[in-house]
Write a protein that binds this ligand. Structure first.
Ligand SMILES: Cc1cc2nc3c(=O)[nH]c(=O)nc-3n(C[C@H](O)[C@H](O)[C@H](O)COP(=O)(O)O)c2cc1C
Length: 142
């Protein structure tokens, strides 16, 4: 089975929502769907931006992405990177939500201080940010 990883960023329309509401509004459904579809990944939700990685079987990742792209809760969905992967890099999570918390604040600060703007970052930087946040964000949530 061909495994791929798709990374995109978008402008959040949910900027005012606190983490708990974001979790209830977006993640509950996403995790149920992803678990069913064998999708794993990470979603960074900062004040203005989302950055998400979806990994799994090629066809189902694109089906999921096509649904997400049409979602009115964000705008200007831009793919940053698509690549084949030999193994899952975020395999513990059906979708881990990462926001600014005491644990992750240091990582956000390292990559651009007050306001994260992934559209101004290189693909490599966005990838590194995701990896660092995944490490900093602690206990897997499935
Ligand atoms: C930033 C963002 C990330 C999302 N991530 C996922 C996801 O990982 N998996 C998923 O199934 N839906 C995700 N969604 C929700 C989809 O856009 C869509 O609402 C949902 O998949 C519809 O599911 P349903 O057809 O089962 O009702 C996301 C939406 C947004 C705005």
């Amino acid at each position: 089975m061909r495994l791929i990883r798709v990374m995109y960023h978008s402008q959040s329309m949910l900027a005012q929502l606190p983490r708990e509401e974001l979790d209830a509004e977006l993640m509950t459904k996403s995790r149920v769907n992803n678990q069913r579809n064998g999708i794993t990944g990470l979603l960074i939700a900062d004040d203005l931006w989302f950055v998400q990685v979806l990994e799994g079987a090629q066809k189902i990742v694109w089906q999921t992405f096509d649904r997400i792209r049409e979602d009115p809760r964000h705008l200007r969905v831009m793919i940053v990177e698509v690549r084949d992967i030999a193994a899952r890099e975020f395999g513990d999570w059906s979708m881990n939500l990462v926001t600014r918390t005491p644990e992750t604040q240091g990582v956000f600060a390292k990559y651009g201080a007050q306001v994260l703007n992934p559209s101004r970052m290189s693909t490599e930087q966005v990838g590194k940010l995701l990896n660092d946040l995944s490490k900093a964000s602690g206990v897997p949530v499935i």
